[in-house]
Design a protein around this ligand. Sequence first.
Ligand code: FAD
Length: 349
Amino acid sequence: MRDGVHAPVGGEPGARTAVVGGGVMGASLARAFARAGHAVTWWAQELGDAASGVPVALLNPYRGRSGRAHPDDLAALRVTWRWAAELRAAGLASGAHRSGVLRLADGPRQARAFAKVPGLRPLAGDALPLPFRSAHGGAWAADGGWIDPRAWLAALAADAEACGATRERQRIAALERADARRWRLIAEGGGSSLHDRVFLATGAAAWPAGWVRALDGPPAFERLAGDVFPTRLPAPSVPLAGASYVGPVVDGGCVATAAIGGHHRPPGPAPDDAARRLVATLSWAWPALAEAGVHGDAAWWGVRAHGEGNRPQLREVAPGAWWVGALAGRGFLAAAAVAEAAVTTVAAR
Ligand SMILES: Cc1cc2nc3c(=O)[nH]c(=O)nc-3n(C[C@H](O)[C@H](O)[C@H](O)COP(=O)(O)OP(=O)(O)OC[C@H]3O[C@@H](n4cnc5c(N)ncnc54)[C@H](O)[C@@H]3O)c2cc1C
């Protein structure tokens, strides 16, 4: 059947929703729409094949030098913890850990700035959790934490499918208007399907020419790459958040080692000195790192999309076609709330 890679998955055929993308945004949209009772077809060839394959994702709304939190990020964090509880209640291993996160002050000025932020508890230098140190102390965000991205994506996918979403393991080559009301999605493998609404959660990927013709143009966003290196050290009991960060990495279901990440740079593989620079940036706060070093050959790098005002975007790029992304360095923090906002926006139509 040319127009129908799959049979309709129930509900009003005119209300069929398509989600494109196997990252945290696509998985969150598929789950949110399926749980809200929509008939969802989710196009995701692989899970976590792009930025969402990051080895560890910190959940930290207290960002930048000041440590101030955007109200939307605080609200998003609450939604993410609610989703983690729902996934657990459904018997799924969410991979989410409400451990809290640590920020370190690199000078008295930053320590004073942290002390003014609601939600951050100031810590003196001698009260910092091991193995971290800073003569200027730091701040503790009890509501932060971290996620094992592979487990989170698998749990979202399982819940979405349990709620009736149909996953198609294919990429989309083109998207065109089928008629005044519906969109036709054409898979790279040749099949196609019709949808009333399409949500494009394609991260920092460039859009195929076929999409650009059908839509108002590709969304404008900046692409920034970053690197994560597994270290030879056991994971610390708390993750360290900041422009350069330390988080636990799960291997075979167990917390294995610590990974260090950071460095915003142009897209492409990590430069030769990326690991050395990251170790230098972090070893003042974690001295053992300078001795232990990293597993350079197991480096991961990814490209994230930063949009206008560095805020997530939920934008209608043609009637019934939405671009959802630009999650920047907080995709795992923001995606659940953005997905719920998408459901609410559609319901208000
Ligand atoms: C170094 C680094 C560290 C990070 N650390 C954190 C952190 O600590 N905490 C945090 O919350 N976030 C972190 N992030 C950010 C987070 O990884 C991203 O915000 C998030 O993964 C973006 O998710 P996404 O679903 O929008 O995009 P992606 O994960 O990039 O997914 C896009 C998906 O779209 C698919 N796609 C593209 N084109 C097509 C097509 N034509 N047809 C079908 N599918 C298509 C891709 O295959 C992919 O599956 C970090 C990112 C990097 C790079």
